[in-house]
Design a protein around this ligand. Structure first.
Ligand SMILES: Nc1ncnc2c1ncn2[C@@H]1O[C@H](COP(=O)(O)OP(=O)(O)OP(=O)(O)O)[C@@H](O)[C@H]1O
Ligand SMILES: [Mg+2]
Length: 260
């Protein structure tokens, strides 16, 4: 149960002479929610790009479920079970919410090359799409055209589409970015219920610290490309170096003393 689904060893990415990601080691445990935080330019997106195959590492290894996936192209990594949240323009605007999920499910089941009759296959896909939309709390919108639903609902639809591929590891890049406070609360609660179901492993980047502390079982703190700390939210909150580097606090604020 505690075996890692993803193992990162000495992962490094250099652009010219600068290391955007420097010698990161990390295990992501099956069914946990791991958040990656760090100031602007810390290397979070670069790290993500290497895990999803969009960038080749300069050094190091990435292992998914025991298989070395270092440097594989994105479509191969996606087939092997790492699914990344897309931007909203991956949604087909003229299709209904439900049809959008069905398209992904059809492609997914197409890959499995099983022979089953078309009617029962379609019925199965329809039912699966409905269940996913229900899990994301957007089933009441299933017959609406995707282009008319709210921004927050589009992002939830996008997560439903990611989950439709039954990924081993779900990468969510700032899932609440651009949302209203109400949408953020709702989305956080939904992701938490998905995480609590034990069906998924999440790797999330997020700037909103309330969301991070709500969702994460563990947090990787990056700073200038390096791993500054990895630990539980409670450990991160009290870690003096993290508070200085990331939360931008002065030492006297941490200790509660005031400077003269
Ligand atoms: N394609 C690239 N070419 C050159 N330098 C890059 C490239 N991509 C990122 N960098 C540099 O790598 C460093 C890390 O960038 P990255 O985008 O990974 O940070 P981040 O943690 O995602 O920041 P943010 O919070 O702003 O999204 C930065 O100094 C950035 O300028
Ligand atoms: Mg980024």
């Amino acid at each position: 149960m505690t075996s890692p689904i993803l193992t990162i060893s000495n992962l490094t990415k250099r652009f010219g002479g600068n290391a955007a990601v420097s010698n990161i080691n990390l295990d992501v445990i099956r069914k946990e929610t791991m958040a990656i935080i760090g100031p602007n330019g810390a290397g979070k997106t670069t790290f993500y790009n290497m895990v999803s195959g969009r960038m080749q590492p300069s050094e190091g290894n990435i292992t998914l479920d025991g298989k070395d996936i270092t440097g594989l192209p994105p479509h191969k990594i996606s087939k092997l079970g790492i699914s990344r949240s897309f931007q909203i323009n991956n949604i087909f605007p003229e299709m209904t919410v439900q049809e959008n999920v069905e398209v992904v499910l059809s492609a997914y089941h197409g890959h499995s090359r099983k022979l089953f009759n078309i009617a029962s296959r379609n019925a199965g896909i329809q039912q699966e799409a409905e269940e996913l939309l229900k899990r994301l709390g957007v089933d009441s919108l299933k017959d609406r055209r995707a282009e008319v639903i709210s921004y927050g609902d589009k992002r939830l639809l996008e997560i439903a589409m990611v989950l439709a591929t039954r990924p081993k590891l779900v990468l969510l890049d700032e899932p609440t970015a651009g949302m209203t406070p109400e949408e953020t609360r709702r989305t956080t609660k939904l992701i938490k219920s998905l995480a609590d179901s034990g069906d998924y492993t999440f790797l999330i980047t997020e700037h909103d610290m309330d969301v991070v502390f709500d969702l994460a079982d563990r947090i990787l703190v990056m700073h200038r490309g390096e791993k500054l700390f990895a630990g539980t939210p409670a450990e991160v909150k009290i870690h003096p170096e993290v508070r200085r580097a990331y939360l931008g606090e002065e030492e006297d604020e941490v200790t509660g003393e005031t400077s003269a």
